[in-house]
Every structure is written in C-alpha cells, then in structure tokens.
Design a protein around this ligand. Structure first.
Ligand SMILES: [Zn+2]
Length: 295
C-alpha cells in the first residue's frame, strides 16, 4: 500500500525487495530505489503516473544491491544517481550476476525469471558522487549523504524540511542485516552520525518506517556481533568455526519466509566478514604494541 509520509513524498514497503519511494518536487519526480520484480516495477510506474504529470527525472540508488537497482530498467526516462562505488560495482554486473539472480528466483518467482531471461539491463548511475550532495528541485531539498558501513556505496537520503530519513540498508528492521560487504566499525560510526540528524520518521532499507530508536537497535546488534566474533577470534577459532559457533545470532532478527532458504548461509558469510575485520584490527593493535615496546 502506498503511503504519503510527507506532502508529496510517497512510500511503499510491501513490495518484494527493498523499500521504494518517490518524491514529487513540483518540477519533476525523484525516485528512491526501484522495485525489484518486473511486474511490481511496472505497477510502481503507473502509480506514479496516476498521481502526477511531472516527468520522472532521477533515481537515487542507496546502494548497488540487486533489490535496490535491477528495477531501474523500467524507468528509462530517469537518470540514475548513486555513489561512485555503486557505479564501479554495477559496471561489473554481467553474466554471473544474471545467472545468480536467475538461479535464486527460478523456483520462487518463475514469471520474473522469464522476463529477466528476455531482458535484464543494469542501468548504471550516470551521475555519481563521493561526498555529501544536495539536490534542489522544485520545493524539495534532498540530501544524499554517503555513510558507508553496509557497503562502501551506501548513502542515506535526508529531507531536512520534511524531517525524513531514508537510511538504505544501514538500518533494516524486518530481517538480519547483510554484513557480507560491510565494515562494522564504519557502520557503527554511520549509525551514531544518523542519531545527530534531525528527523521524525526513519525509513529503513527493509521494514516499516520507525524512529531514531531503530539506529540504537542496529548499533546494539553490531556491537554484540563484534564482541562475540572478537572473543571467538581471541580463543583461536578460525573463520569457519566462528561462523558456525555464532550462527544462532541470526535469531536476533525476524526472517521473512522468502529469505529463509538463504538466510543462514548469508549470515555465516557475514560473520566471516566480521571475523576478517576483527583480525585486521587485532593484528594492527598487536603491531602497534610491539612497536611501542621496541621504541
Ligand atoms: Zn544493500
């Protein structure tokens, strides 16, 4: 169901994939991410066109993951804007990306797969940024703030006048966060930055709109994971052992039924990523200590 969460800002949280939104600025429409499934993307386009005659100008992709970007192809009139790193990732989406997507959905959503087999074009960003960027369009002021953490490309979209914050996958509330391309230290920094912004509604990458407290919950969780992974590392566990022994931490989150088959595997790979990060931190610490001793 589409909700108008502020004047001329529309949100949909119930489609397959990530949350999507559009902003009618008075001089054109700006999309935040695009519906992943072809029929839902087409439906989204018609919902937009039922509400406004303004042209669709831009798509902001909050990161480069498939749930946020593969629907771009259904909005050929729009220019995609995203972080430079998202462009780099999307530029390499070729046959293996396509095969993985098709294999993942072949049994679950065959009609989407049939369409992707015929046509799957990754529409890359034409405008990229690496620092805070503001779009002034019509009566709207839209701040794109790269915060990283979830991926190096991850960008939040902040509307200071409407007091809205679209966090992308820095905050998600209805499933385990995807850690496999993340950096948890940076992620925690991003979350504490988000607590300093002024907004009334926080729209996560996945899940229902909420408030600032969702950033606290994410931080608590990431700190828990880091603490436990560090303990495992210090006890001498390998990456695989750590991932196995901490796989129960996934239960902190609900898991949507469609995510179930791959959730555990994904989660373990995420724990492996955190293990690598912790190892790098511990190695650097040990090195600094040895250096101090010597000096
Ligand atoms: Zn993501």
């Amino acid at each position: 169901m589409i909700r108008e969460i502020a004047p001329n800002v529309f949100l949909e949280t119930e489609l397959h994939g990530a949350n999507v939104a559009f902003i009618v600025t008075g001089e054109g429409v700006i999309l935040i991410d695009t519906p992943m499934l072809p029929n839902q993307a087409r439906q989204w386009l018609s919902e937009i066109q039922q509400r406004t005659d303004e042209p669709i100008l831009y798509i902001i992709n909050t990161d480069h993951h498939r749930a946020h970007v593969i629907g771009n192809q259904f909005f050929p009139m729009a220019t995609v804007i995203a972080h430079e790193h998202a462009w780099k990732e999307m530029k390499s989406y070729g046959d293996s990306f396509r095969t993985r997507l098709i294999n993942m959905y072949r049994d679950r959503i065959p009609e989407a797969v049939a369409e992707w087999r015929k046509h799957l074009e990754i529409i890359k960003p034409e405008i990229t940024f690496t620092g805070r960027t503001i779009l002034y369009k019509g009566d709207k002021e839209i701040h794109l703030i790269p915060v990283g953490g979830h991926t190096p490309a991850t960008t939040v979209v902040y509307l200071p006048n409407e007091k809205l914050l679209f966090t992308g996958d820095v905050v998600i509330t209805d499933r385990p966060p995807f850690l496999s391309q993340g950096n948890t230290k940076e992620w925690l920094k991003a979350l504490s930055y988000l607590r300093r912004l002024n907004y009334q509604l926080l729209i996560p990458g996945h899940g229902e709109p909420t408030g600032k407290e969702a950033t606290e919950n994410m931080s608590r969780y990431l700190r828990l994971v880091r603490r436990q992974v560090r303990r495992a590392y210090q006890e001498g566990m390998t990456k695989a052992e750590t991932a196995r022994s901490l796989s129960h931490l996934i239960r902190y989150w609900p898991i949507p039924p469609e995510e179930k088959p791959k959730a555990d595997r994904r989660f373990k790979s995420g724990l492996g990523r955190v293990w690598n990060e912790v190892r790098a931190e511990e190695t650097a610490k040990a090195r600094a200590k040895a250096k101090a001793k010597k000096g």
